[in-house]
Every structure is written in C-alpha cells, then in structure tokens.
Design a binder for this molecule. Sequence first.
Ligand code: SAH
Length: 228
Amino acid sequence: MADMRKDRDTALDALLQEIVTEVRDTQYLTGRASLSPQVMLALRQVPREAFVSEKQNAAAYLNLPLPIGYAQTISQPYIVALMTDMLEPGNDHIVLEIGTGSGYQAAILSQLVKHLYTMEVIDALAQQASDRLRRLDYRNVSVRTGDGNLGWPEHAPYDSIIVTAAAPRIPPALLEQLKPGGRLVIPVGTDHFSQDLWMIRKDSGGHLEEKNVLPVVFVPLIQQQDRS
Ligand code: SAH
C-alpha cells in the first residue's frame, strides 16, 4: 500500500515536471512561460487515477489522453493544465464546461472557482462523472446531460467557458452566455487530427477579441442533429 502511494507520488512528480517543461517549450505559441501556482496545486491534488478505468490505472500519470469508453477520451494532462491556466480562474468565478467526459477537468476547475457547471451529451458518461465527483467530494460541480452547443442558459452569464471537444465553429450560444470581461477557450476545426485552440475574450463593451493559440487534437463536439 505504502509502495503504491510512493509509486504514485513519483509518477505525479514526473508528470508535473513534464507539464512545466512543455508549458515552457510552447511559450512561443501560448505566451505563457509557466502556470499559476494555484493551477499547479490543483494538478497535484486531483487524483487522475480516479477518473480512468482500472485497466488504465498504470497510465494515469503519463502525459497522454486515455480512453474512457463511448469513443471518448480524458484529455492529455498538459492540455488540461494549459486550458485551465488560460481561463485565469478566480475563486469567485462561475464557470461552464462543455464536455464533462470523465469529470477530471471539472475536478481541477472545482478547486479554483466558486462553482462549475458542466454539460455532457452522452448520458452514461454524465451519470458516471456525476457519481464520481460526488464520491470524491467535489461539491461545487453540477453535471447535466445535454447538448453543449446550446450552453446552460439558466446560470449564465459565466466568467469563463471551456469547451473540451472540437467544434466546427464557435457556438453562438456560448458567446452570448459569456460575461463582459470573460474568456472562452475552445478547440475549433473539423480535421480529426488537428484543430486550433482559440481564446476568445469579451471586453467590457461586449466586443470580441479572438486569438488562435496553438494546434491541438480533440474528439469532435457532437452536433445533436447528427445523433438522430
Ligand atoms: N473534459 C473531459 C474530456 C472530454 S472528451 C475530461 O476531463 O475527461 C470530450 C467530451 O465531450 C466527451 O465526453 C463527449 O461525449 C463530450 N461531448 C461531445 N459533444 C458534446 C456536446 N455537443 N455537448 C456536450 N458534450 C459533448
């Protein structure tokens, strides 16, 4: 038991070190040389092995996306770290995530914001993530099954919105549900092997400023009309 914990700590230290290096190496694209100490702490505190199946346990602290069933994946830790940092989360923020998946990104954000609302289109994944987050005692997260293209208007506007699946274009509902001064981080593109991670900022006058940050690989954001 003690040995297992030691192995886990060693693997986690190595992963965090790898993230630090990759963030530094991609600074020329992202404009970020390092992550905030709060984001680093959240990455240390959330047990990624609890968000993957037992079969994937040995790989939980590798800097890799992993399968979570239903043809979906838990994202690569570096990209979770980077996107979380790009949101510049604050402890009074109300945040929306589209693409709950395993619930890992949600757990990371829950450590950094006041409340996280997260939507998942595959009901079984939403149920699993919701049960898992409750079991692990992440209380400031609400999970809902639904099409993230429409956002979650009941709790809008949001201080920030993170989309963890690649959209063919930016869903207008998400721009509407963003607060003035807020940030939307979203992968955009239809190529399965490469999309662009965009950062959209809405200024205090409601004007949008868009920046293409770096190439990424995400599963596609499902369009409800494709499912019927
Ligand atoms: N953030 C997740 C990784 C998500 S993978 C994690 O930390 O594990 C992308 C997820 O987006 C998948 O679970 C997929 O089912 C979900 N998804 C795809 N299209 C969606 C849509 N239109 N609305 C909500 N969720 C969607």
